[in-house]
Structure formats: structure tokens, C-alpha cells
Design a protein around this ligand. Structure first.
Ligand SMILES: *Cc1c(COP(=O)(O)O)cnc(C)c1O
Length: 356
């Protein structure tokens, strides 16, 4: 695309790869076009000798990658004349649905697992004006109810069980190929409901089939150990992890995730909460990049992959940083390990803290 032209959002940029026509009433907040940030200090801190670039999806309008799928889902809802959209969410889907529904003038209802939503995400859904329902259950319970509402036919479901969400999300893979001139050797990402790994794999394949890239990456998906149904091979009844965005026991895109890992020669494995929080803090301290805990799952996974000798020297590795660290300030403050120094308002007191 001509760099002199303003970025038009993912639907208009990649229209030829998406189920839209010239008449489709596009609802966009100009999502996409997110940075691919090199992180050499982080790589050397974990003992790697390869080129790692982070696809920093925090730079989307509601600060997570969910906006790529939501621009499609809300656009199609409007095209079909829907009046009400509904979703189940671990937080970011609800923030995104609420924002795009507000933009489109649609009513939005979000179902959240009670007490398990990071504060930033809850604040978004409430401020954008979505009817916000806390379910006394987990994400999987909320998604079951949303599916039932969808079958009753009165509402448009905008979870990733809606296939147009996956279509929008695959544009992140296109952007990575556009930025690098080809696909990377490996792509790392967190896996929760498994829509995103399914979407990236679809995107990488479609770009190669269109002749816009030559190679395909190995897809390396990472779950939290307490919420790792794809690793265990069966649903988990009570998923638990500090990474609330991937606290899911029965992923909707199970098959897509398994195929992405298998067909690309990659894998889906798990990391513990301790490993996640270690990588989360290390990224912030070595690179000045704040992500939400779920994003640190693939970074912790990278540490495992290095130990297993899986990443050749000089490889080109990309990883999706799915959401912004400010979404979950409680975890940031807890993990930082210290609190502000409280001192009298004098230069001397500040110098004392500085050790001068
Ligand atoms: C939704 C989400 C995930 C998980 O993506 P899936 O498509 O459900 O696998 C990971 N991280 C963040 C920040 C998310 O919002």
C-alpha cells in the first residue's frame, strides 16, 4: 500500500481476502497496522541467538488484537441488519465488541465470568455502554449461554465461533509478511479459545497461496498449565491461571488449533504461571514493553524452546503480544515487587532514596 495514504483499517486494506463487497457498510476504528518491534535485549537475556519481533497488538483501538475480528463481526452484523450483538468474554472480546457496537449504533450485551476480569477490560465494556452481565461461572459457561442465545435467533453472536472473526484476525499474519517481506521461521502466540492460532495459520497459508510470501512458519501455541486442554487432549472443568485472557477449559476452535500446530510442524504446549510472570516482568525490564500476562505465555514458551534446542541460531521468530499490560494493572503492581517510596517533599529526601 502507498505509504502516503492514511491507513484505512484492516477490512479496506485486505478486502480482497475478506468476505466483503463494495457495498458492505464497514465499521472500523482504523484497527491494525500495529508495530513489529525487535527485542534484542530480551533475546540475549533469555540466552537466544535469533531475531525476535513482537507483533504489538496492544496498539489496536481497544488495546488488543480482538479489534481485527470485531471490525468484521460488527460490520457483518450491520450488513445483516442485526440490532443486538452478544458475546462471552474473558475481557478483551467484550471491550472490543462494546466499542465497535457503539461505533455502529448497535446494542451490545457481554457475558463475563464473575470476578475473573482484569479491571481495565471491565472499565472499557462499562464506559462503551455495553449491558454487562457477570455470570456465576467461568468463560466456558458464558460461551454456552451465548451459543444458546444465538440459536434462538434474536441476536448476533460475535465470539470467534462466528467465522468472520477468524477472517478479520488473519490480517495480522498478512501484516507480518508485509513487514518482513516473507513469513517468519516460527510464530509464537498464546492460545485460549484458539481462534487466533487458527486465524494466523489461515492468514499465512492464504498469503503463500496468493504468491505474496514464499514460506510458512512453524506455529508455536502456548497455554497456561492450569488451563491447557489442548495439551492434555481433553477439556478442563475448572481452568485456573493468572493469565485471565487464556483461562479457558474448552476452546471453541479446538480443531483449528490442532491442525495449525500439526500441519505447520509446530506444537501446542504449556507454561506455568510462575514462568509466565517471570517472562512478563523480564520483557518490561529489558525492553520497556508492557503486555498483559497472557502475552507472556509464548515468551515463557520461547525460553522452553531454547532449552530444548528447537530454535536455530539466526532464525527469524515472531510472537503476538495480544493485549496491553495496562488492561491488568493489579497484576503489574503485584509483580513489580516494590511500591513507591513515600518521602517528605524535599530534595534531600529524594536524594536519600537515590542513595546520594
Ligand atoms: C483473547 C485473547 C487471547 C487468546 O486468544 P484465542 O484466540 O482465544 O486463543 C490471548 N491473549 C489476549 C490478551 C486475549 O485477549
Amino acid at each position: 500500500m502507498n505509504s502516503a495514504q492514511p491507513w484505512p483499517g484492516v477490512i479496506r486494506r485486505y478486502a480482497s481476502f475478506l468476505p466483503v463487497t463494495a457495498e458492505t457498510p464497514v465499521v472500523t476504528l482504523l484497527e491494525g497496522n500495529t508495530p513489529l518491534i525487535p527485542v534484542p535485549a530480551f533475546v540475549s537475556a533469555i540466552g537466544g541467538r535469533f531475531d525476535l519481533r513482537l507483533k504489538y497488538e496492544a496498539m489496536n483501538p481497544t488495546c488488543s488484537f480482538k479489534d481485527r475480528g470485531m471490525t468484521m463481526a460488527i460490520t457483518k452484523a450491520r450488513e445483516r441488519g442485526a440490532k443486538v450483538v452478544v458475546c462471552a468474554s474473558t475481557g478483551n472480546t467484550s471491550a472490543s465488541a462494546a466499542a465497535y457496537a457503539a461505533r455502529a449504533g448497535l446494542k451490545c450485551v457481554v457475558l463475563l465470568p464473575k470476578g475473573k476480569i482484569a479491571m481495565g477490560k471491565l472499565s472499557q465494556a462499562l464506559l462503551y455502554g455495553a449491558t454487562t452481565v457477570s455470570i456465576e461461572g467461568n468463560f466456558d459457561d458464558a460461551l454456552r449461554i451465548v451459543r444458546e442465545l444465538g440459536e434462538a435467533g434474536q441476536v448476533e453472536v460475535v465470539n470467534s465461533v462466528n467465522p468472520v472473526r477468524i477472517e478479520g484476525q488473519k490480517t495480522a499474519a498478512f501484516e507480518i509478511c508485509d513487514a518482513l517481506g516473507d513469513a517468519p521461521d516460527f510464530h509464537f502466540l498464546p492460545v485460549g479459545n484458539a481462534g487466533n492460532i487458527t486465524a494466523y495459520w489461515k492468514g499465512f497459508r492464504e498469503y503463500a497461496e496468493a504468491g505474496l510470501s514464499d514460506t510458512l512458519p512453524k506455529m508455536m501455541g502456548w497455554q497456561a498449565a492450569g488451563a491447557a486442554p489442548l495439551v492434555l487432549g481433553h477439556p478442563v472443568a475448572n481452568p485456573e491461571t493468572v493469565a485471565t485472557a487464556i483461562r479457558i477449559g474448552n476452546p471453541a476452535s479446538w480443531q483449528g488449533a490442532v491442525e495449525a500446530a500439526r500441519d505447520s510442524g509446530g506444537s501446542i504446549r504449556s507454561v506455568t504461571d510462575d514462568e509466565i510472570l517471570h517472562a512478563y516482568k523480564l520483557l518490561a525490564r529489558t525492553e520497556g514493553i508492557m503486555v498483559e500476562p497472557a502475552c507472556a505465555a509464548p515468551l515463557a514458551g520461547l525460553i522452553q524452546s531454547i532449552a530444548a534446542g528447537e530454535i536455530p541460531d539466526g532464525a527469524l521468530v515472531t510472537a503476538t503480544m495480544t493485549g496491553h499490560g495496562l488492561k491488568d494493572p493489579d497484576t503489574a503492581i503485584r509483580v513489580a515487587g516494590f511500591e513507591p517510596h513515600i518521602v517528605p517533599a524535599s530534595k534531600e529526601a529524594v536524594m536519600a532514596v537515590m542513595g546520594l
